[in-house]
Design a protein around this ligand. Sequence first.
Ligand code: IMP
Ligand code: MG
Length: 176
Amino acid sequence: MGQHVRVLIPEEEIEQKIKGIADQISEEYKGQSLHLICILKGGAMFMMELAKRIKDVDISFDFMSVSSYGAGTTSSGIVKIVKDLDEPLEGKNVMIVEDIIDTGHTLNHLSKLLYDRKPKSISICTLLNKPSRREKEVDVKYSCFEIPDEFVVGYGLDYDQHYRNLPFIGVVEFDD
Ligand code: IMP
Ligand code: MG
């Protein structure tokens, strides 16, 4: 392909971190219900690995797919719902599970939109966070890793739909 992926965060480190976050969530929501919302497609692998490690919480799933209007690799700030949720949010403890927060446009917009559906609470859990790129404020409750401003793939994240299945987080490098 003329490119290869350099490992940034190895699989064992990701799993260890997810276990730690799952323990915190188990503690916080002990004996309660928690409705996990996966932001497709990037958040899928992370959400499943997280959900299976949460204990003593009544977990439910829903899935949503969004896209930013406009071309290019940076968010425009306007979010289009490609696939909406199946279930209402009213009265529920909701957690948005995302692969990465970059500029923050997507989640800034999405959390407002979901807040209007009257959940009991809403929080954000992300696998990766690039704080140096933030343009819009996002209140992130759980973040597994803060990473530098590099384009990463794996563990659900893609480069042109490739590499989502990699069990680690890596950086695409182009061979010359
Ligand atoms: P934001 O609105 O800029 O925060 O955009 C977040 C979305 O951009 C994520 O859900 C990803 O789909 C995508 N994205 C941002 N940075 C990366 C990256 O390094 N690799 C893969 N996708 C990324
Ligand atoms: Mg995404």
